[in-house]
Design a protein around this ligand. Structure first.
Ligand SMILES: [Zn+2]
Length: 662
């Protein structure tokens, strides 16, 4: 960023979160990245507008509210407040929290609809499609699984035919391709751009943008004289990014447009990278600079879901480990765009190692030495004389970190800052100020302590957006405050601190030995604290192992972990085809229990039912029952599959049903 950009306006958004969901770690992740970006931009002197909010319309909300005996508005308000509360607890520095039920948003969407109609981009037709109520999405014949089931959630779809208004998305196909071509970083991470381009090249259908089948949505503008339609979710929701700036009502904030970055999860990339720019083109508005899509958080390697009971409550974790430690962990742990794994052990490692050993310890070292040798009074005058090399190295790193942040490579940004901490630690070990003091070389000892203090000062400025309070504590120990002024002096002008007095602070990152939270997932699995502890130790052991063997591509587990899976020999009593399914067979398998288990298996392409009856199979017996195509499945068959097909794994000789394997 140069001087011209100093007063630049910058607009940063999170998605608006759907109120049919409670806040989880994924929401926290997106919001924390956006918040750090907003804080950095403010620190750098830009005028920031940071938007978050909730998406509140749609059939799912209408149904969820009804099931709870509430009006959709009451229900939406209740959940929206939960998000707002969490962001307030997390000290998220948003400038506006928008709700799609806000009157100004509604007016703005209606205005946009009218403009699109005038432009000739909206027309009325009949929509036919297979509708999944749960996903609120229509699918074409070719998208369905086994001609009936939703490709997203596996639930049954229904054929719906209704009058609908359409947006001429097809008209914008070429213009969209031009945009992706001319702005290689419009979609981040850049690897995602190709997915989008291929999708658009495969041909865009016009988009159905209204519904008559439910009520809970924005009505068409009155000028349309068509009161039975409501505007469908995506047109309504995406428009929030401009209605928040007053689009269609009071447009005084519209000079923040276009957005610098829309931060989103990868599940909604298509809507943001295709529909949204097309809508904007129709409205003759500029396109956003970046749409940045992040991956999922898993937990101990498993996808989080309510049914597994392993959803991480971000508030609980932040309360236990410290909000700023949690923020650091999230931004440091995962390369943007990839999936990240949450485990308390990984969080503890980051706190003890990066924050405690590297950052905290460095501060303690200079507090100790400056007190012992110089009564805490430090001067930077001789730093360049004795540590020119280190200063140049640090300068080279820090003057190049900013782009990592705006390209949402927060892990790289933080790694770079930590490189300078290593330079500082090495400088102490090499210069050994305690030896210099004995040799009477006080200037040199002073220069080393001052070098380290200056590196810490610069790091605390650049780390401020991620850890606002902690870095302010470090800064005040070094006699300054992190603000726009110190940002310019220490980072842009590359100045040193000059003369300053170091103040003692209590240790910032006390070492954590044990996991501090019994999370819901573990509550279900571990009955007592001691079991919990044993489990975490096991996790930690396997994590260490997997770190060591990562290069070989292996992921080693302990034998205990293996025995958590109960494998048994089973005899197939019955087998039949599942009507309408191309893949599934329904089996009754005797596992030596009171009655046979029903197992639904995707093996129809390779086995005829009559060939299976009377044979033996190996069964995962303690798998949580699942419903496939509406049928209960109480286990899983072991099989091996390669290019040539699939074969079942069977005992070499017949064994009694229920014989354990392992
Ligand atoms: Zn679905």
């Amino acid at each position: 960023m140069n001087e011209n950009e100093k007063c630049k306006k910058i607009y940063i958004t999170t998605p608006i979160y759907y109120v049919n969901d409670v806040p989880h770690i994924g929401h926290a992740y997106t919001t924390i990245i956006a918040d750090s970006l907003a804080r950095y931009s403010r620190l750098a002197g830009m005028e920031v507008f940071f938007l978050t909010g909730t998406d509140e319309h749609g059939q799912k909300i209408e149904q969820a509210a009804k099931a709870r005996g509430k009006s959709p508005q009451e229900y939406a308000t209740e959940i929206s407040n939960r998000f707002k509360q969490l962001w307030d607890d997390f000290e998220i520095s948003y400038d506006k929290f928008i709700r799609t039920t806000d009157p100004d948003h509604i007016k703005g969407v209606q205005k946009a609809f009218e403009i699109m109609v005038e432009k000739g981009d909206i027309y009325k037709d009949v929509y036919r499609g297979h509708y999944c109520v749960s996903c609120e999405t229509f699918f074409t014949d070719t998208q369905l699984i086994d001609e009936e089931f939703c490709p997203e959630c596996g639930r049954s779809t229904t054929m719906v035919e209704e009058e609908s208004y359409f947006f001429r998305l097809s008209k914008y196909q070429d213009k969209l391709l031009e945009w992706y071509e001319s702005r290689p970083d419009c979609i981040l991470p850049k690897a995602k751009r190709n997915e989008v381009i291929n999708f658009v090249k495969s041909g865009l259908n016009d988009l159905s943008i209204t519904r008559t089948s439910f009520d809970w949505g924005i009505k068409l503008p009155e000028s349309m004289h068509d009161p039975k339609h409501v505007i469908y979710v995506w047109l309504d929701a995406l428009m929030n990014y401009i209605t928040a700036l007053g689009y269609g009502t009071d447009e005084k904030l519209m000079d923040y447009w276009p957005a610098k970055v829309h931060l989103i999860g990868k599940d909604i990339l298509r809507f943001h990278a295709i529909y949204w720019p097309a809508f904007l083109m129709s409205l003759d508005l500029e396109l956003p600079h970046h749409v940045a899509a992040h991956g999922w958080w898993t937990r101990n390697g498993e996808k989080m879901s309510k049914s597994k009971g392993n959803v991480v409550d971000p508030k609980e974790i932040a309360d236990a480990y410290g909000l700023e430690n949690f923020r650091y962990f999230m931004l440091r742990e995962v390369p943007f765009g990839q999936d990240g794994d949450f485990s308390q052990r990984a969080l503890i490692d980051r706190i003890n190692s990066d924050l405690g050993n590297d950052l905290g310890n460095l501060l303690n070292r200079i507090i100790g030495m400056s007190g012992k040798y110089f009564d805490f009074h430090i001067e930077s005058d001789d730093v360049a004389k004795y540590h020119e090399e280190e200063l140049l190295e640090v300068k080279a790193i820090l003057s190049n970190v900013e782009p990592f942040l705006y390209e949402i490579q927060t892990n790289r940004y933080l790694e770079e800052l930590w490189k300078t901490l290593r330079i500082a630690n090495k400088a102490i070990d090499k210069a050994m100020p305690w030896v210099k003091m004995k040799e009477g070389k006080e200037d040199e000892a002073m220069a080393t302590i001052a070098l380290v203090a200056n590196i810490l000062a610069k790091v605390s400025v650049l780390l401020h957006p991620v850890m606002p309070k902690t870095t302010q504590t470090i800064a005040s120990a070094l006699g300054f405050e992190v603000n726009n002024d110190s940002y310019y002096r220490l980072i842009k002008e590359e100045e040193l601190l000059g003369k300053f007095t170091i103040e003692k602070v209590p240790p910032l990152f006390p070492r954590i030995e044990e996991p501090l939270v019994e999370t819901p997932g573990q509550k279900a699995e571990a009955k007592s604290k001691s079991e919990l502890k044993a489990k975490e130790e096991k996790n930690s052991a396997s994590r260490e192992k997997s770190d060591k063997t990562a290069e070989n591509g292996d992921n080693l587990i302990t034998i205990d972990r293996f025995f958590e899976v109960k494998l048994k020999v089973g005899s197939v009593m019955e087998a039949q085809e599942v009507p309408k399914s191309k893949k599934l067979l329904k089996l009754q398998v005797d596992l030596g229990e009171e009655k046979p288990r029903q197992i639904v298996a995707g093996i129809k392409e390779w086995y005829a039912p009559e060939d299976l009856i009377g044979t033996q199979v190996c069964v995962v017996a303690n798998l949580k029952p699942a419903k496939l195509m509406g049928m209960l499945s109480e286990g899983m068959l072991l099989a091996a599959k390669d290019d040539e097909g699939l074969c079942l794994i069977r005992p070499e000789k017949p064994k009694k049903p229920g014989t354990p394997i392992g």
